[in-house]
Unconditional design. Structure first.
Lengths: 312, 312
């Protein structure tokens, strides 16, 4: 099979042996695979794939058709439309995944949005509800509102009855972000728009101090990205005074059972909202597998709304 | 009435008008009132009492007899033995408290331990169970294990089936702390004794980095004291990698309903363990009200096991 491959911090297309599904696994013929910040870091050698995943083929999410089922796998049949997150290897013609991390693709959802759905909606849903315990009527601040996770978090917050504000660095994207259901504001001086009950942090250390300032009593900060820096000063007395908490989270390193549980949450609580039309996956641009290097350049350039997806 | 009074950062005994119970309140003739770190800070002008509490009479916890009941108060009758936390004013002959923050004193519990029970056991119970969600079999690290909150947290952790380790700065106190049910270790190099699932932090900023290092995946740090400093550097990438969370908490600033709820938790989940003998309040030393200044000096000197209490 052909696959996007990391060679000397560049993305090239190479031939690899076809993977074979192990016990409980499914072989998926990939139709679309989204790009994520973690792929960018992996390309630069900063974020190796977890053990058991291909080390040189990036891609943590995909949608496609079941091509074969391994021993003991019984959730899907050959030809079923599936999507899900994997530890790596999704930006390829074929990939294996444990059947319990896969979900059926909702009727009416095209391949490109389906391939860009799992990682960002699982990440946002887990952060907002499983971790921060976001409740209807609460005020949510989403940092990086134009990105993949940001656009997912805004829609999920809005659909749950939260009041959503989102920082958007590029002024030209604010109108599109607002159309997703958020008050779109500049990143500079965001605390003036608070206080907030929950803050989803995708930027990192530079925001931490102002996040704490912008938080209401009992508020929660969930840190799921540190692209702009990891080390920050924290005032623990302010944290105490606000009776606040700070969560750190990442999906990729979690064991199979936690990823499977997150997939069940998504099936039950989120996927029906794609069928009803309440949620959508904004796809900024789709690239063919042969153009994978260009897809990475597009992601790195920023200034997009939503997902960059590779279609196969 | 006579009361310990803050004058120019010193504790003196002065006459004050007798307080009168408002609607839903109870007037308590104080028999014992514990000292806490917050009293020390208040004496130095660093931690003013919340609005509605006496500003110049310290004391956040007490045990005593009901002397009168205000309009609409129906939980207690004159003569009942009660204890509880208040916003301030407890180190006095009389104090008023809302009836819903008061609890009955368990049979067989003397005044001195009862007067030193509410603040530290409420603080420790709230931090360990309501916030950190400590579960049976988990590994708990208590910093400052010889102090009031520390001795409460060790016993509560042990009674819940957790495996408890406690840092104790003074070597001569380690045996007594171990007798409460913890492995007592020096504060230096505590991370080598980990990993831990829950860390109760009473010391503050200097421990934060090593706390994060000592935490297991999915671990929780609860910061309830910053006596040794409030500002620390935090590595958010490490927080993400461990999928950890950091809680800040303080009891004093909470609204009545939250304090009342915490009292109900204590009545149901903790006070029966005093009757059964599983829990006790280690009282390091008791001072008469007239000796309140000496009690503060004793507290500030450190090196005690458990509570300093003023008896009236």
């Amino acid at each position: 099979m052909r696959a996007a491959t990391i060679r000397d911090r560049e993305i090239v297309i190479e031939e690899h042996p076809d993977p074979t599904p192990g016990s409980g696994e499914v072989l998926v013929r990939v139709h679309a695979a989204g790009l994520n910040g973690a792929d960018m870091m992996q390309r630069r050698g900063l974020y190796p794939a977890p053990p058991g995943s291909p080390q040189d083929i990036p891609g943590m999410e995909l949608a496609g058709e079941v091509a074969a089922v391994g021993e003991g796998a019984e959730r899907f049949q050959v030809g079923d439309r599936v999507m899900g997150i994997v530890g790596g290897g999704a930006q390829a013609e074929l990939v294996t995944a444990h059947e319990r991390v896969l979900m059926g693709v909702p009727d009416g959802l095209d391949w490109a949005p389906a391939g860009g759905l799992p990682e960002v909606f699982t990440t946002a849903h887990d952060a907002l509800f499983t971790q921060a315990g976001l409740r209807p009527g609460e005020r949510l601040l989403v940092h990086g509102g134009a990105g993949g996770v940001g656009t997912a978090a805004i829609q999920l917050g809005r659909a749950s009855g939260a009041r959503v504000t989102a920082t958007v660095h590029r002024e030209e994207l604010r109108e599109q972000v607002a159309a997703l259901g958020a008050e779109a504001i500049p990143a500079e001086g965001f605390a003036a728009h608070g206080p907030f009950d929950v803050i989803l942090e995708l930027v990192g250390a530079p925001n931490l101090s102002e996040n704490l300032q912008a938080l209401d009593t009992g508020g929660r900060i969930v840190v799921i990205g540190v692209g702009a820096g990891a080390k920050a000063e924290i005032n623990l007395l302010a944290l105490m005074g606000k009776r606040a908490r700070i969560h750190g989270s990442t999906l990729r390193a979690r064991p199979l059972e936690e990823k499977a549980l997150a997939a069940r949450h998504l099936e039950r609580e989120v996927l029906p909202l794609f069928v009803s039309g309440d949620l959508r996956v904004p796809v900024a641009e789709a690239f063919a597998l042969e153009e994978a290097a260009a897809a990475y350049e597009r992601f790195a350039a920023g200034g997009k709304l939503g997902k960059i997806v590779i279609t196969v």
